[in-house]
Design a protein around this ligand. Structure first.
Ligand code: HEC
Length: 169
């Protein structure tokens, strides 16, 4: 009996109700998607793949070639005593070029031109050892690669060391 009454009143109520105008407020704009997690800044420059020298390095390569550096092989290549002597020089280079020649020395990250990675075969192969020798003696103008006062022999020695220790084919 009571359920019948309830049903009747429900029906009555529903029937008498005037259709309400749609006053529903517009949906609030959806919250923007959360921004994607920030991608970490690129680490050290690529250690593999094609090497394209920057303008400053290219200019140094041209100057070295013009000076005839291209023609000279490393007279100390593979010489154990020279490699040891070159290793002793490496502390002068490691602040930029990294302890292991990967271009990640403590000073290197802050430089506008990243130090050469001697573990990067494509970069190593892009110039002759004679050009690199010229660069050690003369620097790359406009970059922090300044001549560090090595003698001609010391520059060959440090290259013999780089070749033996970092540039493993
Ligand atoms: C103050 C930082 C700094 C120090 C110290 C330094 N270099 Fe560099 N070096 C650089 C930078 C930067 C470049 C690359 C410049 C560019 O690519 O324009 C470079 C490039 C070179 C290159 C040319 C490589 C190529 O193939 O283009 C050679 C060779 C080199 N350095 C050898 C040395 C040696 C050997 C020492 C230590 C006696 C040394 N550098 C010390 C910063 C440094």
């Amino acid at each position: 009996m009571s359920s019948l009454l309830l049903l009747a009143s429900l029906l009555a109520c529903g029937g008498s109700e005037a259709p309400k105008p749609d006053v529903k407020p517009a949906e609030p704009p959806k919250a923007a998607e959360p921004p994607p997690a920030p991608t970490p800044p690129p680490a050290a420059p690529a250690a593999s793949g094609p090497y394209t020298p920057d303008e400053l390095a290219s200019a140094a390569y041209e100057k070295a070639k013009a000076a005839g550096a291209d023609a000279t092989p490393n007279p100390k290549s593979g010489d154990a005593a020279a490699i040891a002597a070159g290793k002793a020089q490496w502390s002068k280079c490691a602040t930029c070029h990294g302890e292991t020649g990967a271009g990640d020395g403590i000073a290197g990250g802050a430089l506008p031109q990243k130090p050469a990675q001697f573990t990067w075969n494509e970069r190593w192969d892009a110039t002759t050892v004679g050009v690199k020798h010229w660069i050690i003696l003369n620097g790359i103008q406009g970059t922090s690669m300044a001549p560090l006062g090595l003698t001609d022999d010391q520059a060959w020695e440090v290259l013999a060391f780089i070749e033996a220790d970092f540039h493993k084919k």
